[in-house]
Design a protein. Structure first.
Length: 296
C-alpha cells in the first residue's frame, strides 16, 4: 500500500470532546495488553519538532517525497546536504520523560508492543523494543543492490567528500532535514553505494513511498494480539498509522489517544486526552504504582 503524501488534514466535523484527566486512560492501561502507536509529538520534548503541531515544520517546510528523491539528482543533492547536518542533531537527541514512561509501562507488563512512526531511534535508546513503521535515520539503503549500512559510515564518507562544507543548520525538521541556502547546497557532493555505485537513500519511508508489506503485516498482528491501542503524539494524518486505529476500532478494541489537539482518528477513540506527553505519561506511571510493576 502506497502512503499518500498527505501534508495536511482538516476535520469537516465539530471537534469531539477531549479531556485532560487520566482516569479513563488509567483504567484501560491498568488492564494490560496494550499496543502503543507513537508519533512525532512524543519526541518534541527531546527537541525534535513534529510536522503538524502548533509549531509544526509543515507550516514552513515541505518534506522530501519519494518520487522527487528517486527521479531528481538535484533533489537528492539538496536532501543529503541538508540531512548531513540535520542527522547529527537527531543523533544527539536524548529520550524524554514520555519515552521513559513507555519503557516503564512495558517493563511493568502493561504495554505488550510498541509501533513507532518516528525515525529518531529514541524509543530504542531508552530500552524499548519498538517496530519502526517508517524506518530509521540510523540506517542507509542502496536503491540498486538493497544493501543496508550504518548512517555513521555514510557520515564519514560525506565528510571526506566535502571537507570544506561549512553549512550551519538553522532549523531541524522531524525527518532530519534542515534549512540551508541554495548556494551552500549546490556545492555539496553526494556519494554512491560502495558495493554497486547505486543511489543511497536513508532507510526511512518518505512521503509517497510504500511501507514494506511485511512490516505492515507485523503491525497488524501486534494490534490483533492487543487488548487496547494507545496512540501517543500522532495526528494520524497519514494512512500508514491511521489504518491501525481503524483496525483496532473495527475489532471492538478500546482506542485511547493522547495528543495535543485534534487527530484524524478522534472518531475511532473512546478516550481523547489533550495533554503534553511527558507530563501525562509520567502521571500515568505514577498512578499505576512505583516501578510500574503489575505483579507488585
Amino acid at each position: 500500500m502506497r502512503t499518500r503524501p498527505t501534508l495536511s488534514w482538516t476535520s469537516a466535523d465539530a471537534p469531539l470532546p477531549r479531556t485532560s484527566g487520566l482516569d479513563e486512560l488509567t483504567d484501560v492501561v491498568a488492564r494490560g495488553g496494550v499496543a502503543v502507536l507513537s508519533g512525532a509529538g512524543l519526541s518534541t520534548e527531546s527537541g525534535i519538532p513534529d510536522y503538524r503541531g502548533e509549531s509544526g515544520s509543515l507550516r514552513r517546510h515541505t518534506p522530501m517525497t519519494y518520487d522527487e528523491f528517486v527521479t531528481s539528482a538535484e533533489g537528492r543533492q539538496r536532501y543529503w546536504a541538508r540531512s548531513h547536518l540535520g542527522w547529527r542533531t537527531i543523533a544527539r537527541a536524548d529520550p524524554n520523560d514520555g519515552h521513559r514512561a513507555v519503557t516503564a509501562l512495558s517493563d511493568g507488563g502493561y504495554v505488550d508492543s510498541v509501533i513507532t512512526q518516528n525515525v529518531d531511534g529514541l524509543h530504542q535508546a531508552v530500552g524499548t523494543d519498538a517496530v519502526e513503521l517508517h524506518g530509521s535515520l540510523d540506517r542507509v539503503i542502496c536503491l540498486g543492490c538493497r544493501r543496508t549500512s550504518p548512517r555513521a559510515e555514510l557520515d564519514r564518507r560525506l565528510r571526506a567528500a566535502n571537507p570544506g562544507f561549512a553549512g550551519a543548520a538553522t532549523r531541524i525538521n522531524p525527518d532530519g532535514d534542515v534549512e540551508l541556502p541554495a548556494d551552500v547546497v549546490r556545492g555539496f557532493r553526494t556519494v554512491p553505494c560502495e558495493a554497486c555505485d547505486g543511489v543511497l537513500k536513508p532507510d526511512v519511508v518518505f512521503f509517497g513511498e510504500n511501507v514494506p508489506r511485511p512490516r505492515v503485516e507485523q503491525c497488524y498482528r501486534l494490534v490483533d494480539a492487543a487488548a487496547a491501542l494507545l496512540v501517543l503524539g500522532s495526528s494520524l494524518t497519514v494512512m500508514s498509522g491511521l489504518r491501525f486505529v481503524r483496525h483496532a476500532a473495527a475489532a471492538g478494541k478500546p482506542v485511547v489517544i493522547v495528543n495535543r489537539g485534534e487527530t484524524r482518528g478522534d472518531r475511532y477513540a473512546s478516550v481523547r486526552v489533550d495533554r503534553p506527553l511527558g507530563d501525562a505519561l509520567t502521571e500515568l506511571v505514577g498512578r499505576l504504582g512505583r516501578g510500574c510493576d503489575r505483579s507488585a
